[in-house]
Design a protein around this ligand. Sequence first.
Ligand code: COI
Length: 363
Amino acid sequence: MALTFDVTRRQDVVSDADRAAVLADPGFGNHFTDHMVTVTWTKGDGWHDAKVTPYGPISIDPSAAVLHYAQEIFEGMKAYRHADGSVWTFRPQQNAARFARSATRMALPVMQEADFIDALRALVTMDEAWVPPAGGGETSLYLRPFMFASEPFLGVRPANEVTFCVIASPAGAYFSGGVKPVSLWISTDFARAGDGGTGAAKCGGNYASSLAGQLEGAEHGCDQAVFLDSSSHTYIEELGGMNLFIVYKDGRLVTPELTGSILEGVTRDSILELSKDLGLQPEERRIPIQEWKDGAASGEIAEVFACGTAAVVTPVGELKWDGGSCDHRREGHDDKVALQIRSSLLDIQYGRVEDSRGWLTRL
Ligand code: COI
C-alpha cells in the first residue's frame, strides 16, 4: 500500500528576506529548507510513520548500527523551477531504482518507486518557496534522500529498524569557482572501491574511502582525485563523487564501462544518450590511464570532463601524478563539447527545450 505523508502545520523558521538572500547565492550544501521527511521501517511492519516535520536534528541512540557499521545509502537529485513557475525533477525513476539497488547491496529495505517520489513531492510541496526562481542562473533545490540503520544494536547483522529521510538544500555551483576547469590527482595509494565491494552502491562508505585520496590530491595542488581499478591500478574508474568522460578529436566520447565498482550515474547515462544528438559517438569501455596521458600529449584527446547531479558537467583542466602532469588548458582550448553537453542537459532540466525523452517529472 502506498505511504501517506502526515504533514505537520507549516513552520517556516527562515524569514522571506533571509531565504531570498540565500537563494541569490546558495553555494552548495550550506543551507537547508524549513522541513524534512522521515519514514520508519521495522522488520515485520515494513514502512510506516511517513511524516513531513520541521527540519532539525535527529535523535538516535549512540548504539545505532549506522554509527558503527555504516549501513547507509543516499541519493542526489535536484528540483528545477521552470519559467511558468512549475517545479520539476529529472529522471527520479532512475534514482529510485538505484536507491533500491543500493539498499539491496547494503542489506537495507527497498522503498517502492512511488513512495520514493511521493516523499520528494511531499517535501518540495511544503518548501516550494526554497526552489530558486527561474532565470536566476543555474540554481536549483538539491534533494538528498537517505536511509540508515537506526536500530540500537551492536551485533553485526542487517538492522531491524531503519530510518528514511529527505532533506533539501538550495544549490548553486558545486565547485566554489563556478564552471571552471578542475585539476585531478591520480590516486595510486588509495582505491575507492574493489571487485565485489560496494562501488556501484551510493553508500556513504564509498565517499568516506575517497577522502584520503582527495586529501592526497589537495597536497599536490589538485581539486579532486581520480581513482583507478583496485586490482591492476591501470584503468580509470571515477572521481570521489563524479563520473568521467574523455572527448577525442575525432568525435568519440568515451567513459569507463560499469564494472561493478563504478557508480551508475544518472547524469552519466543521460550524457551517453544526449551525445548522439550532438553528433558524438559514445563508447563505454575500460580506459587505461596511460591512454589519457598519451592522448593528452599527442593532442588526440580534445577534452576531459567530470559529471554528476551536483556538479552537472565540469571540465577537467589538468591531470597530475607522482612524477608528471598533462595540461588540457592549451592555447585555444575552450571545453566546447563539455559546455555544449552541459547546456543541453540544463536546457532540458530547466524546461527551456522540449523534453522529448520524458525525463522530467512534475513535483
Ligand atoms: C551528486 O552529484 O548528487 C552526489 O551525490 C555527489 C556528491 C559529491 C555531492
